[in-house]
Design a protein. Structure first.
Length: 541
């Protein structure tokens, strides 16, 4: 009993330490704006029509003032005279009182009165209108029907929503969408109201009570066929597809609950109040908007072939959505996790050989990418964040997690994922936060491991040869030939003997050249490097 109580106290102290470390980490990594302001809640009222692409908007932004400030700066794209697109703000008020503001260089700067400067919270009502140049995509789907879809990643919410448009600032939200009554509206959170008007419009009100990053705050407005698939642990699941491909759409989206159940059991409780899978006009193959995943309209094709896509986007609900990378350069905490969790999903449902083949395919992609772009996974030089959607952030980061799993073992690795999720759930994290968790779980110092695979470019390029002068002796010569620096890693070599026997040798590589002599069981026929697919490397002749 005393041991159990002691263990419980240690776990509570660990949790408290990690939460405090998280807050300190955030304070050290934000610009001045993020140490001054914290968005708590957004209420977005959006009016859509079928005659123009112009929208009317009203946002009530509830913002906490972390310290006294003279103004509040929101990201919001202003009107462009040459394109005739962008937003025009007509008024900003607080409790009915007009506030002075300026709107230029895609920033809305709101001047606070003396009475507001010392407040702890302010609620600002911002009225605006205009044609979105991006962010809210108003177009036609493959059937020629008009559609409206939010598509905010990485920082495109600012084109149609006045927000603190940065992944580190999470807030709860609601959308009140007024649209022609021929449309249905889907969004984050739960549906709280649907009201028809006498003017041919319908109000649809969705509300999300879990804080989200702005990249995940969306609406989908279109003609939909909707099927409710039941629930998992009281989480309702639904499919939203275009009515022209209703039958094959519902069939193609039959994976809607499978990944939800798998990740809930493997990682932890799902954060949100529903899960909707939506055929959409997103520019990506899939976009993991919290509780409201958007898939490319091509995802409905009658082939029932996108199980991995559903697994990937559902995995994001845990990593990327609930636990959000604190800035874009740490996107691997989102995309790398979703990629590797998809492989783990496939390993569970489709077997070990399928899993290894996928890891080998990823390894080939990483090697090919490194020949074109020699950069680390965490590349802080990137300013065009779309460039971060690359093989480093997805496949190489997935390989990092795979090698970490091999290093620590399944029990510690999955316990670490669960702890990381539980500590940073509905919050944000950096790579150092994940490392701290895995070090706590394993009792190991992982700084070298994290540095060489995440902050260094490339991967080991190795040459392996062997000599056998006597049947009971063999010498291996392993060279790392990549430029600039070398890696430390375990290398497995399978020896295949002429008599049909096999033997596995594990060699720790710490230098540019490693000579390893060992016993042999007979005449060697051949060797296989990394037979169990555990290492990210390039084998050179």
């Amino acid at each position: 009993m005393n041991k159990l109580f002691s263990c419980f106290i240690r776990q509570k102290l660990l949790l408290l330490f990690l939460i405090l470390s998280s807050f300190l980490s955030k304070a050290q990594n934000h610009s001045e704006r993020f140490t001054t302001l914290d968005a708590l809640h957004y209420a977005f009222e959006i009016h859509l029509n079928d005659t123009t692409n112009r929208i009317e908007g009203k946002t009530i932004a509830t913002i906490k003032l972390l310290k006294p400030t003279n103004n509040i700066v929101l990201d919001f794209v202003n009107f462009n005279d040459s394109t005739k697109m962008g937003m025009i703000v007509s008024s900003v008020t607080e409790n009915g009182n007009q506030l002075q503001f300026s709107h230029k260089k895609n920033r809305l700067t709101i001047q606070l009165t003396q009475k507001l400067i010392d407040k702890k919270e302010v609620s600002l009502e911002i009225n605006y209108s205009g044609i979105p140049a991006d962010g809210l995509i108003i177009s036609k789907n493959k059937f020629g029907d008009r559609t409206f879809f939010g598509d905010n990643w990485p920082n495109r919410a600012r084109f149609w929503l006045p927000t603190i448009d940065h992944p580190s600032d999470k807030a709860t939200l609601e959308f009140l969408v007024y649209a022609p009554n021929c449309y249905q509206v889907v969004s984050n959170g739960v549906l709280v109201e649907k009201t028809n008007s006498t003017t041919g419009t319908i109000l649809t009100h969705w509300k999300e009570s879990v804080p989200l990053a702005t990249k995940l705050m969306v609406i989908g407005v279109a003609r939909f066929a909707v099927q409710y698939s039941g629930s998992y642990r009281n989480i309702p699941v639904s499919k939203w597809v275009f009515p022209q491909n209703r039958e094959i759409g519902f069939a193609d989206y039959s994976f809607d609950k499978k990944a939800l159940k798998f990740y809930s059991e493997r990682i932890g409780r799902y954060s949100y109040e529903k899960l909707a899978h939506v055929q959409s006009k997103t520019r990506y193959g899939g976009m993991e908007n919290a509780s409201c995943i958007f898939y490319s309209e091509r995802s409905v094709n009658g082939n029932n072939s996108d199980e991995a896509l559903f697994a990937h986007e559902t995995a994001h609900q845990w990593f990327g959505n609930s636990v959000t990378e604190q800035n874009w350069h740490h996107i691997w905490l989102s995309e790398g996790f979703a990629t590797y969790l998809t492989h783990i999903y496939n390993q569970h449902f489709h077997g070990e050989n399928f899993f290894r083949d996928e890891m080998k395919n990823d390894r080939r992609r990483v090697i090919a990418y490194s020949k074109r772009n020699f950069a680390p996974i965490i590349d802080t030089t990137v300013t065009n964040y779309n460039r971060l959607l690359n093989a480093n952030s997805y496949q190489k980061a997935s390989w990092f997690l795979h090698m970490l799993r091999e290093k620590l073992g399944d029990k510690i690795f999955f316990a670490g994922l669960q702890s990381y999720y539980n500590v940073y759930k509905n919050s944000t994290a950096l790579t150092a936060d994940f490392r701290k968790i895995m070090e706590m779980e394993s009792g190991e110092n992982l700084s070298t491991f994290f540095h060489q695979w995440l902050w260094q470019s490339g991967q080991p390029q190795i040459q392996v040869s062997f000599k056998q002068k006597a049947e009971n002796k063999v010498r291996f010569d392993i060279k790392q030939v990549q430029p600039n620096y070398f890696f430390t890693f375990p290398l497995e070599i399978e020896i295949q003997y002429k008599n049909g026997e096999t033997e596995l040798k594990s060699i720790t590589i710490k230098d540019r050249e490693t000579v390893y002599s060992t016993s042999a069981r007979g005449k060697i026929e051949s060797i296989i490097i990394d037979p169990k697919t555990k290492l990210l490397f390039e084998l050179l002749q």
